[in-house]
Design a protein around this ligand. Structure first.
Ligand SMILES: O=c1ccn([C@@H]2O[C@H](COP(=O)(O)OP(=O)(O)O[C@H]3O[C@H](CO)[C@@H](O)[C@H](O)[C@H]3O)[C@@H](O)[C@H]2O)c(=O)[nH]1
Ligand SMILES: [Mn+2]
Length: 919
């Protein structure tokens, strides 16, 4: 794992609240008046509040300060930004009107199709731009959180938090990296007895389990060490990879000694993890040799304690192979005690002095759901739903954090930061808190826009100013009852999010506040009062046949596993048996899992649609971006892997469009601009169809002599000029408020074009095939395995060329454009075209296309592509050959010759596509 932390620019500070609050959603106004006392399903009566008369040192009632602030973007950026969007919209409309009223009788089909394309580019730009009209920054205030929830004696009233880690293959998803993620979770700064880590293993392999067992052993050293010295980050691999270790704790000398010691232990731990596969094999051979067996008899896999492993065996056999094995739930670390436990002082056995340090570890559970052949296990969504049920029985925390196995916690405060948005004032309609995805191991120039900063820091942050960011699959904190299909509390008559607007459309849907209660009463009655449907928003059978699970639902918004344990939920034998039962393959038959409740099924990307289903119920979401980054994962830096990943995402998006979850038909609880954002995210791959046209036809025009625009006028140039220049200025303003760089914007544009002519196009074809012929789409796991030699060059994988048909179209486009400009050049040399200045415009467009496909060209040239010169030489070579051929082959001259200009269509090109943010 190589570490690469791009320094994040500070997000622009907000302007004074008073001036800015005009456009903020009414409920987020920083100017705070005490709300009427009330209590709903989920608001947090367990926090200490002003009513208790508690004050901080300065005498301010603790409840009077919010746990997060909402800051507007500076007016100097925001106002011109909004105005320019408006100006561009008008210029674009005039442009299209001009185009429609100036036909091209030479080539009508060109004229019609190109206008369709331009219309689409403008439309998709608008879809992308409108939801960004109100970007905001939300800043969690950890100090206030601490004050309101942590007690001086070290205990805390923070809500319980279940963390789900999904793994699917201990080889393709290197087990050391998963172990690191788990260690970073165990070491995170959150009350230990309110924090449980669940690891789902879809491979069912002993290897994963034993790696976790090793991790839990190493954690007894690592976690207290982190606490003692305030270590950051708390994933050991990334910590020891740091060049310098700035010291945060109290004892410098001790620290140096302790670190040396822990480092040595970590190296040994790593060695053990790396030899696990071999050890397990050897152990099996030992046992199996002793039980002399005949040929063809099953050879079980043995656990360290001499019992047979229930899951996948190394030598696969009936009932014990991948996709065909029993369910397994194993508690690696049990519920910790509720009281602080300090460690022993230094001694010969334990050289680290933990006498002042809490040595408790959070609960850790291994879950491998049952797998049976012929059963659709629904990949990650199925795993998440199984974990949701199993965790309900074991800890039933009101909040769930979802992390992919390659994402570790990079900032020990991340969990607390996320919780700020869940327990703050007016947070009870928040369904989930999405963190941005950050990656390490990406090449410094980010050739394939892996960081995706425009999408995270721009689009998601802006959506936070609407109804909330979309769910992107990992690094997301959920409210458990939302997963269970509950509606948000409808307190404000007129709607949870946008009282006036939503009220207009949905008057009948809202109930008068019926759940109001005073804080004192709420505290006396910690179990929610009955709603319209009794405790459950849906019939009991929707949740499946497990009384224990259904009984846990009313307590799903209970503050903590601590309290849950007090009510009899502990990891005893019977509970474990029930947990295995609820993860059974057949459990979900004839239930609502994957439909009304839980992560949504039957799609290649469960994330966007799962979040969407919550938003249409009127739930909101929040975006939580902190520095140092909360979580860091790995990204596929190989071109082929990257294209396949984007193919999967774009296919998933289109699938939503062609399903009953099409955002056009979503309920009126969806904020209008949120709906626009969802339409954007489910239609963007269609751009491929038009972009293919625009990247080839203008170049071919040089050969055929027919152009999209016949005779441009001055007004045409004026409109075009405005459309082009505003795009650039808007982009500059946008990167400024998003806190990213113009370079990242260009990279984003480059990858947008690459993906459009490869993955998006394939996605459109694939989904149309599915819709028309009902053929299913299958997908493979994104490999996190470096295929190059990582030691020598951490980015070796970047240039490993793995051929895929996805690469055909971009290659064709590259050649068409080179040939196009070469022919134009030849025609000018030949004297066939005398308006060489106009020709230059067209050639400029060709180069514009080539500029965008440059990273792609570099990628497919593999190792040689490392020197950019090679790419240029190839281009020059093709160019010259074509030009020479053209001039020397007489019959090719015949077709051209019309002195039409080439400016128009070239100018138009894809500038209106708005540089999609979502590769
Ligand atoms: O049968 C499966 C398949 C996958 N996974 C897990 O799902 C996660 C995501 O899979 P991956 O192949 O890494 O996909 P990515 O393209 O890297 O993932 C992005 O896109 C997915 C949606 O397609 C989201 O679910 C992810 O959170 C998001 O990071 C990983 O933790 C896997 O272990 C399972 O648990 N079971
Ligand atoms: Mn991933």
């Amino acid at each position: 794992m190589s570490r690469l932390l791009p320094r994040r620019r500070r997000p622009p500070a907000g302007s004074p609240a008073s001036a800015a609050s005009r456009c903020a959603p009414a409920r987020d106004r920083p100017r705070w008046r005490p709300p009427p006392p009330r209590w709903t399903w989920t608001s947090w009566p367990w926090a200490r509040s002003a009513e208790d008369g508690e004050t901080d040192e300065s005498g301010v009632a603790v409840d009077d300060r919010p746990v997060f602030r909402t800051e507007k973007i500076k007016g100097v950026l925001l106002h011109p930004y909004r105005v320019l969007i408006f100006v561009r919209l008008i210029a674009f409309t005039l442009f299209v009107i001009w185009r429609i009223s100036h036909k091209n009788p030479d080539a009508m089909w060109l004229w019609v199709t190109s206008i369709c394309g331009e219309f689409w580019f403008g439309f998709s730009w608008l879809l992308d731009q409108l939801p960004k009209l109100n970007p905001i920054n939300r800043v969690p205030d950890l100090a206030v959180l601490r004050q309101r929830f942590d007690r001086p004696d070290g205990t805390s009233t923070l809500p319980g938090l279940d963390i789900f880690v999904t793994t699917a293959d201990p080889i393709k998803e290197p087990i050391l990296s998963t172990a690191n993620s788990v260690l970073s979770i165990l070491a995170a700064d959150y009350p230990v007895d309110r924090n449980t880590c669940y690891v789902s293993d879809d491979s069912g392999m002993l290897l994963t389990y034993e790696a976790l067992a090793e991790s839990s052993k190493f954690a007894t050293l690592w976690v207290p060490f982190c606490r003692k010295h305030g270590i950051e980050p708390r994933g050991p691999e990334s910590y020891f990879e740091l060049k310098s270790h700035p010291y945060m704790g109290r004892a410098q000398d001790e620290f140096v000694n302790d670190r040396r010691r822990v480092r040595k232990e970590y190296d040994e731990f790593k060695a053990r993890i790396n030899s696990l596969e071999h050890d397990i094999k050897q152990r099996n051979d030992g046992y199996n040799a002793a039980n002399a067996h005949r040929e063809g008899e099953p050879r079980p896999t043995w656990m360290a304690d001499g019992t047979q492993w229930q899951g996948t065996w190394v030598d696969a056999s009936e009932n014990h192979r991948r996709g065909d094995h029993a369910g397994i739930v194993l508690v690696l670390l049990n519920h910790p005690s509720h009281r602080r436990q300090t460690g022993p002082p230094a001694s010969a056995d334990n050289p680290l002095d933990f006498s002042g340090v809490d040595v408790r570890l959070p609960m850790l559970v291994y879950v491998s759901r049952e797998k049976r052949p012929g059963h659709d296990h629904q990949k990650k969504a199925g795993a998440m739903n199984a974990l949701t049920r199993a965790s309900a029985l074991l800890s039933n925390s009101p909040f769930i954090l979802n992390l992919d196995c390659d994402h570790y916690i990079n900032n020990s405060q991340a969990l607390r930061a996320g919780i700020c948005f869940m327990v703050g004032r007016d947070s009870d309609t928040v369904a989930f808190v999405q963190f941005p995805q950050r990656f390490e191991g990406v090449d410094p120039t980010d050739l394939y826009a892996n960081h995706n900063r425009i999408f995270f820091d721009g689009t998601l942050r802006a959506l936070d100013g609407m109804q909330g960011p979309i769910y992107v699959g990992t690094g997301c904190l959920f409210r458990r009852i939302t997963v269970y299909g509950f509606d948000p509390p409808r307190i404000n008559v007129g709607g949870p999010c946008f009282p006036r607007l939503a009220g207009l459309f949905a008057k009948t849907k809202y109930e008068k506040p019926g759940l109001e209660m005073t804080m004192a009463k709420a505290k006396a009655a910690p179990v929610p009062a009955k709603g319209k449907h009794g405790f459950l928003p849906l019939p009991k059978k929707t949740y499946g046949k497990s009384d224990a699970f259904v009984d846990s639902i009313p307590r799903a918004s209970h503050p903590s596993p601590y309290a849950a344990a007090a009510e009899g939920i502990v990891a005893d034998e019977a509970t474990i048996v029930e947990a295995v039962n609820v993860t059974a393959a057949a459990f979900e038959k004839k239930t609502g899992w994957g439909k009304e409740i839980g992560w949504v099924y039957d799609t290649v990307t469960e994330d966007v649609v799962t979040g969407y289903r919550m938003h249409i119920k009127g739930w909101r979401s929040r975006y939580c971006s902190i520095y140092p980054h909360a979580f860091i994962g790995t990204a596929p830096i190989n071109l082929t892997e990257r294209l396949f990943q984007v193919l999967r995402w774009s296919t998933g998006s289109l699938e939503i469009f062609f399903s009953k979850n099409n955002p056009l038909f979503g309920s009126t609880y969806l904020h209008p601009l949120q709906r626009v954002a969802y339409i954007n995210i489910t239609t963007y791959p269609f751009t491929a169809i038009f972009l293919i046209f625009y990247t080839t036809v203008p170049a071919l025009s040089f050969v055929t002599g027919h152009f999209i625009v016949q005779r441009p006028t001055t007004m045409f140039y004026v409109y075009l000029g405005i459309v082009l220049s505003t795009l650039l200025v808007i982009a500059v303003l946008e990167v400024k408020w998003a806190g990213v760089t113009v370079f990242e914007w260009f990279r984003n544009g480059q990858f947008w074009m690459t993906a459009s002519c490869s993955a998006y196009l394939a996605a459109v074809c694939q989904v149309l095939t599915k819709v028309i012929f009902r053929r299913d789409i299958s997908f493979k796991l994104t490999s996190k395995l470096p295929s190059g030699d990582e030691k020598k060059d951490p980015y070796a994988d970047l240039y490993v060329v793995r051929w895929t048909p996805l690469m055909i179209t971009p290659i064709i486009i590259i050649f068409v454009n080179i040939i196009g400009s070469a022919v134009a050049f030849a025609k000018v040399l030949d004297g066939e075209w005398t308006h060489w200045l106009k020709v230059a415009g067209g050639v400029f467009f060709n180069f514009w296309v080539l500029f965008h496909l440059y990273p792609f060209a570099k990628g497919i040239l593999g190792k040689h592509g490392k020197t950019p010169v090679v790419v240029l030489v190839w281009w020059a070579f093709t160019f010259v050959i074509t030009a020479v051929l053209y001039i020397n082959i007489p019959h090719m001259h015949s077709s051209g010759g019309k002195h039409t200009t080439v400016h128009g269509h070239h100018g138009k090109k894809f500038v209106d596509a708005g540089y999609y943010n979502w590769p």
